[in-house]
Design a binder for this molecule. Structure first.
Ligand code: PLP
Length: 357
């Protein structure tokens, strides 16, 4: 097989070293003669995996002691429902900042169950696309939900919104990609399949004082119950949890989140530099909020889209087609994407532009 670079937005590529280790341990894990998939989540060997993964994540993100870390089934979107049900009783309010497709979807889901309102909404029709400035949180709001990195639209918010209520952040596509101060948040959640591991797993980091034990929430998404039972109210996605643990170990080996931040900034700078300097391409997001994880761009002549994608794929540059809602191109470059992948993409884009310019 030729060398490929997989730019898929999610499920995304995993570090090759992690996949190799998982492969080597697949059949005979820790000399037990069985796979990690085949052992009880409540016995010592798996409990050690679970505890190590949590401890490593705490270390990587410097998560303060007054936060619980949960490993839950259901992926990112499960938390669109779990967040309002855990944090709001009927009649209580929360507000949502909308900066793209995912924060909009989180708002729409919360609206089905609770009294939620839009604190501000991005205007995609004015170019370059910029973040809303005037965020209005209602007096009674219990939290402000936002999405720091909009995976579909390629828009990233590098500063936390300045509001007086707890922040709830959907970090599915930017967790562990740059340093953040966890103590600025009430709750952080992330589907795993972008920067952590396999799909289906959600990581929830929640400040303990926000946990309420008198909420009507399906038990597997009840934060208070799950926190009390070590995320083992039911059988957790053990293999996904194990793989997440391997990714955290890998992250520590390669220098942690600070090293990833520099690595991700370098890749983004290289790719945006190519888009901005080659007249064939354009990106319409303001420089202040261009995503480092998901770079979106258009070919000004859209009739070249298919040729672009076919030639890229033939070179092993995979999954560059933009999301079906926005079209164009998208390169997702999470932690696992090496600089060589971005360099190969940029070299192809230059060559393509030279031939079609
Ligand atoms: C991918 C993604 C989700 C959805 O995750 P699922 O695991 O598919 O439910 C939610 N929010 C953001 C920001 C995402 O990138």
């Amino acid at each position: 097989m030729n060398k490929v670079f997989n730019f898929c937005a999610g499920p995304a590529m995993l570090p090759p070293a992690v996949l190799q280790r998982a492969q080597s341990e697949m059949i005979d894990w820790q000399g037990l003669g069985v796979s990690v998939m085949e052992v009880s989540h409540r016995d010592k060997p798996f409990m050690a995996v679970a505890a190590k993964a949590e401890a490593d994540l705490r270390e990587l993100m410097a998560i303060p002691d007054n936060y619980k870390v949960l490993f839950l089934a259901g992926g990112g979107r499960s938390q669109f429902t779990a967040v309002p049900l855990n944090l709001l009783k009927e009649g209580e309010q929360a507000d949502y900042l909308i900066t793209g497709q995912w924060s909009k979807a989180a708002f729409e889901e919360a609206k089905r169950f609770r009294d939620v309102a839009i604190a501000a909404e991005i205007d995609m029709s004015t170019k370059p696309i910029a973040l809303p400035v005037d965020i209005k949180v209602r007096a009674g709001a219990k939290y402000l939900h936002y999405c720091p990195n909009e995976t579909v639209d390629g828009i990233e918010m590098f500063e936390e919104p300045a509001v007086d209520v707890p922040l709830v952040a959907d970090m599915s596509s930017c967790i562990l990609s740059r340093r953040i101060d966890v103590s600025k948040y009430g709750l952080i959640y992330a589907g795993a399949q972008k920067n952590i591991g396999p799909s289906g797993l959600a990581v929830v980091i929640v400040r303990s004082d926000l946990l309420r034990d008198d909420m009507q929430v399906p038990c597997i998404w009840d934060y208070a119950q799950q926190a009390q039972q070590g995320s083992m109210v039911n059988t957790p996605p053990t293999y996904a949890w194990y793989l997440a643990g391997l990714v955290f170990e890998w992250l520590k080996e390669v220098g942690g989140v600070a090293a990833m931040e520099a690595h991700n900034a370098a890749k983004a700078e290289l790719l945006y530099g190519a888009i901005d300097s080659l007249p064939l391409y354009q990106n319409l997001v303001d420089a202040s909020c261009r995503s480092r994880m998901n770079v979106v761009w258009q070919l000004k002549d859209e009739s070249l889209n298919e040729a672009f994608l076919a030639e890229a794929e033939a070179l092993g540059l995979l999954a560059l087609k933009g999301h079906r809602f926005v079209g164009g191109m998208r390169a997702s470059m999470y932690n696992a994407m090496p600089l060589a992948g971005t360099q190969a993409l940029v070299a192809f884009m230059q060559d393509f532009a030279a031939r079609h310019g």
